[in-house]
Design a protein around this ligand. Structure first.
Ligand code: GTP
Ligand code: MG
Length: 282
């Protein structure tokens, strides 16, 4: 009898997971099925306690396949129980690493990239492999009433965030996802920048400051008469119907949605360039 077991499904969270193991009778609270048959059973730890409700299929005299629940917590508990029975993990089945990469890919373009580079890692030097699995964040900031939430809504195509002419309407970070060149972007609308205010107002300002530190790109929306924004920000003239561009390359009239699509394209290519990600055709 082999002493090793291995997962047949990748480690990404899923409703069920499959593993192949030696036909070790003590794994289950019921006798193992005959070869070629399956049965419901409880998978048990070495002390007899139940770990999961599973389906056990007897593949051969000495080999079983177990279909268990697929969340990360239950998988970890099962691994521990198998160790308790003296069964050691064997290297993953052929291709599992590949499946795992594809299952975890956060972007359609990442799937495309992985399929086009079908040799397993190592990846090309300097390729930011973590970005295949992580969604870049773009913070939309600027003074209160600049039109930030209006811009987010224009990009979403529906009213994702409340808009009003009362300065300080947005207090929380409001997230929405979009797809640019096949890569997902997480857009974060935020409280308008202003000093003072009550505790809630200051909490909103603290959220923006924190989001600025962790964002991959900051879009600073300048309302007419404002001159803010930091080096490295994409500074955009807001309320373009009420102001000249004042030397800025990008402007937007959020209410009319004018220029919003081309601005999003530009923003996407800026993020991709900054993160060294390829621009794909999709
Ligand atoms: N004329 C004009 N008005 C705009 C434009 N964009 C937004 N507004 C108006 O400006 C007001 C404020 O818009 P919001 O999108 O709520 O502004 P905000 O930056 O999110 O404001 P806070 O959440 O308070 O920080 C609303 O009355 C909008 O209708 C624009 O491009 N032109
Ligand atoms: Mg707002």
């Amino acid at each position: 009898m082999v002493d090793g077991w291995h997962w047949l499904t990748p480690p990404a969270p899923a409703a069920i997971a499959l593993l192949r193991a030696p036909a070790h009778a003590a794994l289950s609270d019921r006798s193992l099925p005959e070869p070629g048959r399956a049965r419901f059973a409880h998978l048990c730890a070495v002390d007899g306690s139940i770990v999961d409700e599973v389906v056990i299929t007897r593949l051969a005299d000495a080999e079983i396949e177990i279909a268990c629940h697929g969340g990360p917590g239950i998988r970890a508990a099962i691994e521990q129980a198998l160790r308790g029975h003296g069964l050691l993990p064997m290297p993953a089945a052929v291709g599992t690493d590949r499946w795992s990469q594809l299952a975890r890919a956060a972007h359609p373009a990442a799937v495309q990239w992985l399929l086009a580079h079908d040799e397993s890692p190592p990846f090309p030097a300097l390729f930011p492999t973590d970005m295949l699995y992580r969604v870049p964040v773009v913070l939309i900031t600027g003074p209160a009433n600049a039109g930030k939430s209006t811009l987010l809504n224009a990009w979403c195509g529906h009213q994702r965030a409340l808009v009003s002419d009362i300065a300080g309407t947005t207090r929380d970070l409001i997230a929405a996802q979009t797809l640019v060149y096949g890569w997902r972007l997480r857009l974060l609308d935020s409280a308008g920048l202003r000093a003072g205010g009550d505790d809630l107002e200051r909490a909103g300002q603290a959220l923006v400051a924190h989001a600025r530190r962790s964002a991959d790109l900051v879009l600073y929306l300048r309302p007419p008469g404002d001159a803010g924004g930091e080096t490295g920000d994409l500074i955009v003239q807001g309320k373009a119907d009420l102001a000249d561009r004042e030397g800025l390359r990008w402007s937007v009239h959020g209410v009319a949605g004018e220029d919003a699509a081309s601005l999003l394209d530009h923003l996407g290519s800026m993020v991709l360039e900054r993160l060294h990600l390829p621009i794909t055709s999709s």
